[in-house]
Design a binder for this molecule. Structure first.
Ligand SMILES: Nc1ncnc2c1ncn2[C@@H]1O[C@H](COP(=O)(O)OP(=O)(O)O)[C@@H](O)[C@H]1O
Ligand code: SF4
Ligand SMILES: [Mg+2]
Length: 352
């Protein structure tokens, strides 16, 4: 598999051949299997794929947040010139914050329920910048104002349980942005929020990103969100990148059958969502992803692939190939796609 990330202008993060194995009661789980990509300054890369495809584990591994007794992580994850995977735990703690901020689905996982919002923000600011408390507190109030909390000065004294889910998520974003990180990682950050609040949070991240030049990794299984925010889309399946390209290319001219399956379920964006506000995924491709303890030897998508045709699909892992404008049969797609053995599928022009 190619280990060369797509060139991103001014990359803030370059991930190269990232592999994560987890020891589980059912054996070794190969959760991330040679992932390579880059995130440019001010760029939003959406990482999509069904639940279990390794999206969360790949970012947790980069930031040293997996338990070392369970996880074996190899490869490189270079954030602003420094490899996160080889730096000391102490240095990694210093780098998280100004280097990379994290926003998870449940804001309560990032907030301490017994500390006021102000205390948590002031701590976040002072962990990386040794300013007097009063200065940090003023900065904290400014940040709360920036993320749209009403009456930011008074909000400093509030506790997480006194805020709505959307407001809590804004606070988490404020903490993540307290040090103007080069990279913001949002992992299903708006999944639990209603559609209106979701749109507000997305606006907020886009605005802050434009102001601070932050690179964003936006992990989601919600393709409606992707269409709205992504510059690039990286599609993960079975711990691998199966397709990576500009949002327009991937969404309009998907090259991989898995991506096409995902997009086949993309509903009319104007249509109402299902009651829990989520967009169902991969409804058009039957079956389930393979368990990471038991990956197929050939193409990871083979057991579900509706267009498999070549015997090698079952036995050999296809490499990631770079496809560009004018590449025959690739519909002008710029990016990287897990190579297909189903060449006739393209020639028949069945791609959308
Ligand atoms: N702590 C863990 N121990 C064992 N397996 C895990 C652990 N965390 C995640 N996994 C497994 O790793 C795979 C990828 O998980 P994850 O990265 O959370 O997927 P995604 O975020 O794409 O939904 C899943 O099969 C999941 O069951
Ligand atoms: S390599 Fe073969 S099985 Fe895999 S996605 Fe392409 S056609 Fe399908
Ligand atoms: Mg996840």
């Amino acid at each position: 598999m190619s280990a060369v990330p797509l060139p991103a202008a001014d990359p803030v993060l370059e991930v190269e051949d990232l592999r994560v194995e987890l020891r589980t009661p059912r054996g070794t789980a190969h959760v991330v299997n040679g992932l390579s990509y880059a995130v440019g300054q001010g760029e939003t890369v959406a990482v999509v794929g069904e639940s279990g495809s390794g999206k969360s584990v790949s970012v947790l591994a980069m930031l040293g947040l997996l338990p070392p007794r369970v996880a074996t992580v190899t490869g490189r994850a270079v954030l602003q010139g420094e490899d996160l995977l080889t730096m000391s735990p102490e240095r990694l703690r210093q780098v998280r914050g100004p280097g990379a901020g994290l926003v998870f689905q449940d804001p309560m996982t990032s907030l301490n329920p017994v500390l006021s919002i102000g205390k948590q923000l002031v701590e976040g600011i002072r962990a990386h910048d040794d300013v007097p408390k009063a200065v940090a507190r003023r900065r904290a109030a400014e940040l709360l104002g920036e993320v749209g909390l009403p009456e930011p000065d008074r909000a400093l004294d509030r506790f997480p349980h006194e805020l709505s889910g959307g407001m809590r998520q804004r606070v988490v974003i404020a903490i993540a942005l307290a040090n103007s990180p080069a990279l913001l990682i949002a992992d299903e950050a708006t999944t639990a929020l209603d559609v209106t609040v979701q749109a507000q949070i997305i606006d907020l991240v886009e605005r802050l990103q434009a102001d601070h030049g932050t690179g964003v990794i936006w992990i989601t299984h919600d393709l409606g969100v992707v269409a709205g925010i992504a510059d690039r889309v990286l599609v993960m399946y079975g711990g691998r990148c199966v397709e990576d390209g500009t949002a327009d290319d991937v969404l309009e001219r998907p090259a991989h059958p898995y991506t096409r399956g995902l997009l086949g379920s993309l509903p009319d964006l104007a249509a109402p969502l299902d009651p829990d506000g989520r967009v169902p995924d991969l409804a058009t491709v039957p079956g389930l992803p393979p368990p990471p303890t038991d990956l197929p030897p050939g193409c990871v998508f083979w057991p579900r692939c509706p267009v498999r045709s070549d015997p090698r699909c079952e036995t050999e892992q296809p490499p990631l190939v770079t496809v560009g404008p004018g590449t025959p049969g690739r519909h002008g797609h710029v990016g990287r796609v897990l190579e297909h053995r189903a060449a006739t599928w393209y020639q028949e022009g069945t791609a959308r």
